[in-house]
Write a protein that binds this ligand. Structure first.
Ligand SMILES: [Ca+2]
Ligand SMILES: [Ca+2]
Length: 383
């Protein structure tokens, strides 16, 4: 595993795996993982930024490869013949970009490097183009959902300096029905300054695919896939995987669904007056207004006076617990739910203020967070 390295200004390759069969052993490297590396300014004396020989069943993904002098990612047999090609590897979500007039090809597979899968990459050549193959390396090739570009001459692919293909010609060979082509200035924020973040509206946004188990669910920086609401979901699988190694996320807050308003039950209390004397007969009318939808509540009413709390129904004191009345409140205006039975105002000995409170809770709960009505209150005094 070669992960999260920064490799730059090497005259040769930045990362190299050569199994060197002439040195004994089977000469094959299998199941390597090369991911989340950043490579730039390598290859002034030749050698791809990621240089692989006889590597098989391996994953090369989420690598940021820019401003290198020779190739981007190269797989071959190191001159030992097609029996030592790079076989059955996957190249996913790499961003390989060259400056205009510089470098070779973004991904080169040669010398019997067959059965490889190349998807979700942004490959923009500076002197060469995006993809280079030897004719014996396209067997079993799967190549789609890539953004391909060649800055110098408009060719995105070649069969090793024999045939050159424009984007449309390359797609015509069956490599890339879902691929796109776009200049780096259209894709990136400040590509000439080395900032290869996708910019708003970049066609690489939501245009890759996650329809392969080795496609990374997070990008080079560990950020998860993001569905940009301003871009169509044209990718395969989940529909919003980006091409390249840096998933775009807008600076705007993540949109949240418009909340569905909680049905409102308004409770109105009416004591028929606000001045009472011990021995008076007192009434409390409890009227519900419920304009939204029928709702089931546990309803309670508290009478507070003389420093104590009394709960309806049955006007018990707090120490005896609270009786709840489960009630279905229909959709009606001024629905008179309960007319609390008349009671006699008792003798009092404390100071005011005094009052009646009423509220409703979700059935079976007594938790303020589940209070589903406003807390109604009406005050009164003793004469
Ligand atoms: Ca996305
Ligand atoms: Ca989207």
């Amino acid at each position: 595993m070669i992960r999260r390295n920064v490799c730059h200004d090497n005259p040769g390759a930045g990362i190299q795996i050569n199994a060197d069969p002439q040195m004994g052993g089977d000469g094959i490297t299998s199941q390597a993982l090369i991911e989340n590396n950043t490579l730039f300014h390598n290859g002034s004396a030749g050698g791809a930024a990621v240089n692989l020989a006889s590597v098989r069943d391996s994953i090369i993904r989420n690598n940021l490869i820019y401003d290198n002098r020779a190739g981007g990612i190269a797989g071959w047999g190191d001159g030992n013949g097609p029996a030592w090609g790079c076989i059955s590897n996957v190249f996913f979500n790499n961003t390989v970009v060259f400056r205009e007039g510089e470098g070779r090809w973004c991904i080169s597979l040669k010398e019997g490097s067959i059965h490889n899968i190349i998807m979700n990459n942004i490959l923009s050549g500076g002197h060469g183009g995006a993809l280079e193959f030897s004719r014996d390396s396209v067997t079993g090739l799967v190549c789609d959902y890539n953004c391909l570009y060649g800055l110098s001459d408009g060719f995105v692919a070649t069969y090793e300096d024999e045939d050159y293909f424009t984007f449309e010609a390359w797609r015509g060979l069956g490599f890339g029905a879902a691929s796109i082509t776009a200049r780096p200035s259209v894709l990136f924020t400040e590509w000439t300054e080395g900032c290869l973040d996708l910019k708003p509206g970049s066609p690489a946004i939501d245009a890759g695919t996650d329809a392969h188990p080795s496609i990374p669910g997070t990008d080079l920086n560990g950020n998860p896939r993001y569905d940009d609401p301003s871009m169509p979901n044209s990718s395969g699988g989940n529909g919003f995987t980006d091409m390249g190694c840096l998933e775009f996320r807008s600076g705007d807050p993540v949109p949240t669904p418009t909340p569905v308003p909680e049905p409102v039950v308004e409770i109105v209390l009416d004591m028929g007056g606000d001045m009472f004397e011990a021995g008076d007969t007192c009434y409390i009318d409890l009227i519900c207004r419920n304009p939204v939808e029928e709702k089931t509540l546990d309803l309670y009413v508290i009478l507070e006076y003389s420093g104590g709390y009394w709960f309806y129904p049955s006007w018990r004191e707090l120490s005896e617990g609270i009786d709840f009345t489960e009630t279905v409140i229909p959709v009606e205006v001024d629905y008179r739910l309960h007319i609390v039975p008349a009671f006699t105002v008792p003798a009092f000995g404390g100071a005011g203020p005094f009052g009646v409170y009423a509220a409703g809770f979700g059935p079976g709960t007594l938790d303020l967070s589940t209070m589903v009505t406003n807390l109604a209150h009406t005050g009164f005094s003793f004469i």
